[in-house]
Design a protein around this ligand. Sequence first.
Ligand SMILES: [Zn+2]
Length: 189
Amino acid sequence: MRQDNIVEKTVRYLFERGFIIHRLRRDLIKAEQRSLKVSVWFSEKDYLDWYDPLNLIDEFQLNDVQALIIVAPRAYSIADEVLHSLDRARYWYDLFIDVKIYSVDIAMLEKCLEESVNSLMTTFIDLVINIVEDGGRCPRCLSNMYVLYIGKFHSNILKSKVIEKIYRCPNCGLRIHRTMKIENLHDAR
Ligand SMILES: [Zn+2]
């Protein structure tokens, strides 16, 4: 797949998942939803070009986002380098950059992207809350859970329109992400 197609597919998907997209550079976009901000880097290389972690932080605006999604042919190995670089920032500059890193391998772009976004939204549920609804009993501690996010999108994994719900337990902190095919919801009626 060509780089432009990969960027376009990713942008379209993130938009469908409710993000506002800012195209910052040819290889970098910023995606925002409510208070959640994410940098998405489309790397054509499988290594970092620089050694000083300040470059990395600067290049991807890591001071201003909660997560970095790396979309690349060998995304996992770049993610590793990025994590090492952020460790170095701690040793060298006493700088603690708290970002979650997600790797999206372009060979499985659609599936990896969807899994990353599911995980991202669930991890940062507090930043994207769009509803507060009873979510039943927590399977871990039996307290009352809440549904804090409801979305609708076309799932690349389930090959269907789905409703997603994200639950969180205020007592033990358990988070659950669920997707349900919309056609099944109709069948149930
Ligand atoms: Zn619980």
